[in-house]
Design a protein around this ligand. Structure first.
Ligand SMILES: Cc1cc2nc3c(=O)[nH]c(=O)nc-3n(C[C@H](O)[C@H](O)[C@H](O)COP(=O)(O)OP(=O)(O)OC[C@H]3O[C@@H](n4cnc5c(N)ncnc54)[C@H](O)[C@@H]3O)c2cc1C
Length: 288
């Protein structure tokens, strides 16, 4: 299908983006990689009168180590995450998840900021951002504000972003020594969205779990932070009994929508399996 006519804008600096958002209000949409927005426009689920392309805004690109955090520009593509030596050294989970997203064409254009801002519970980065305790930088006419990943996703395609705002950066704390992480995703075929997936980040000291974060993909209206499941691991050895108990607690918060990928019971069971897989791998990586 053909999208509704729109006016195209290609600003080259962030203040221009914010001015355009202020000028056109609800009629404007930001364009990043276009792999979620353009299909929605073609189906006429979205019909912006003004499209503000972020691709020429250099401030929105790049991956840097700043103090104890990694800062990633919102327009950084999946491919750039996969091939970043900085991430391979400090946050390999990000490359691991990016490799499981869609296909090479989508990963070449699709951006981290777009994947998060879209607010789609089927996207993979939201749960990973929750598990990594990310903070998002949102800029608007008011200046900048910081929003935690755990508070960003409000509902289906509904996030903390307000109409005049743009996500500029994703900030991730460096994991402490003894941390292991993993993303386990069940999909029907290469390029598909998750039937269910789980991100796990655990820290182990003297064989005991001292910190854990678990989050789930595509089993609720947003990515879900499985707080009780993670808390159940703290103070314990991450053995099969502890993993099974955490997975059972994570399944309790699942509320998936039945579709061609499966019914509620199947998706919930698969979420439990993905939690188990992610925890086993994350725990094994703590020692590396
Ligand atoms: C065939 C196919 C398979 C896919 N499979 C997966 C998958 O398995 N896992 C997965 O995670 N994703 C998947 N996707 C989605 C893909 O990762 C998209 O690229 C991603 O959802 C959106 O990123 P984008 O850069 O393309 O954003 P766009 O499509 O350009 O934008 C998406 C939305 O976010 C807003 N937006 C974009 N950037 C910003 C910003 N900086 N600040 C504020 N708002 C912003 C836009 O206005 C728009 O509303 C798939 C897509 C396709 C076409």
């Amino acid at each position: 299908m053909i999208p509704r006519p729109f006016e195209y804008h290609a600003p080259t600096a962030l203040p221009e983006v914010i001015a355009l958002l202020g000028q056109y209000g609800d009629e404007a949409k930001l364009l990043a990689g276009g792999h979620s927005l353009l299909p929605m426009m073609k189906l006429r689920f979205a019909g912006p009168g003004h499209l503000i392309d972020l691709r020429k805004v250099a401030e929105l690109k790049g991956i840097a180590l700043v103090g104890g955090e990694i800062h990633i520009g919102a327009m950084t593509t999946e491919n750039e995450l996969i091939f970043s030596t900085l991430l391979a050294k400090h946050l390999p989970l990000l490359a691991e998840v990016a490799r499981q997203i869609a296909d090479p064409q989508v990963r070449y254009k699709g951006t981290l900021g777009g994947d998060i801002s879209h607010g789609d519970p089927g996207n993979d980065h939201p749960a990973v951002m929750m598990a990594m305790d990310a903070t998002f930088v949102l800029a608007g006419a008011h200046g900048e504000r910081l929003v935690k990943a755990s508070e960003f996703f409000h509902g289906l395609y509904d996030t903390a972003l307000t109409p005049g705002e743009v996500m500029t950066q994703i900030r991730l704390p460096l994991p402490p020594a003894g941390t292991g992480s993993s993303y386990a995703k069940l999909k029907r075929k290469t390029g598909d969205y998750a039937t269910a997936a789980a991100a796990a980040v655990v820290q182990v000291k003297n064989s005991v779990c001292v910190q854990a974060r678990i989050a789930l993909t595509n089993v609720g209206p947003t990515a879900l932070l499985a707080g009780d499941a993670a808390a159940s691991l703290v103070g314990k050895t991450i053995d099969e009994a502890a993993i099974g108990h955490a997975a059972a607690l994570a399944m309790k918060i699942c509320d998936p929508t039945p579709d061609l990928r499966g019914d509620e019971a199947y998706k919930t069971a698969m979420a439990g399996q993905m939690v188990e897989r992610a925890l086993r791998t994350a725990a094994a990586r703590c020692a590396i």
